[in-house]
Design a protein around this ligand. Sequence first.
Ligand SMILES: CC(C)(COP(=O)(O)OP(=O)(O)OC[C@H]1O[C@@H](n2cnc3c(N)ncnc32)[C@H](O)[C@@H]1OP(=O)(O)O)[C@@H](O)C(=O)NCCC(=O)NCCS
Length: 167
Amino acid sequence: MLRRARSDRTSGLTDGLSIRGALPTDAVRLAELSGVLGYPTSTEAITHRLERLLGRGEEAILVAKAPSGQIIGWIHGSEQELLEAGRRCEILGLVVDPEYQGQGVGRRLVVAVERWAVMRGLEQIAVRSNVLRTASHPFYQRLGYTAYGPEFDDAGLPHRWMTRVLG
Ligand SMILES: CC(C)(COP(=O)(O)OP(=O)(O)OC[C@H]1O[C@@H](n2cnc3c(N)ncnc32)[C@H](O)[C@@H]1OP(=O)(O)O)[C@@H](O)C(=O)NCCC(=O)NCCS
């Protein structure tokens, strides 16, 4: 995975980076980046899902836009209500363009979803971290998430829950 040393992260990318809600016109890039995440998806499928998801207040689909205007990452946060744990936010998907990884883009996206969750009155955020993704576990740890519970199977892949208390 492409990771830049901390001293190299002075390109000004994160200064010029903006985070905003996804738009239907982002579908092409969202589909491309879904492929990077390991879920190759057509633009048409993403367009249809966006049509449904963007109208739901309990879903947040945010994109990171580089100063060039290119979409370089997206995150999907969702409000869930669990019988045993009540309301919480779950990060359902997160990806940063490999060309831009290691420059604080993922952190900005997670922080933005956390803010959205706090505004909805949610006090906890959780994510199923695929243990085979070498980046994702240390990334979430760095952002203050802790793993809990045993490893479990999700779509044939080993995962662990990671969580953080908000606020
Ligand atoms: C995981 C991912 C989203 C991280 O995005 P990113 O923009 O590269 O991460 P950031 O640059 O914002 O890193 C934030 C912090 O995590 C740390 N971090 C990121 N990747 C890391 C890694 N592989 N190992 C250790 N620490 C890591 C960074 O050092 C940084 O810490 P610091 O700012 O305190 O120094 C990105 O690597 C990615 O898209 N991976 C493929 C898809 C994926 O795994 N998605 C998550 C599944 S939900």
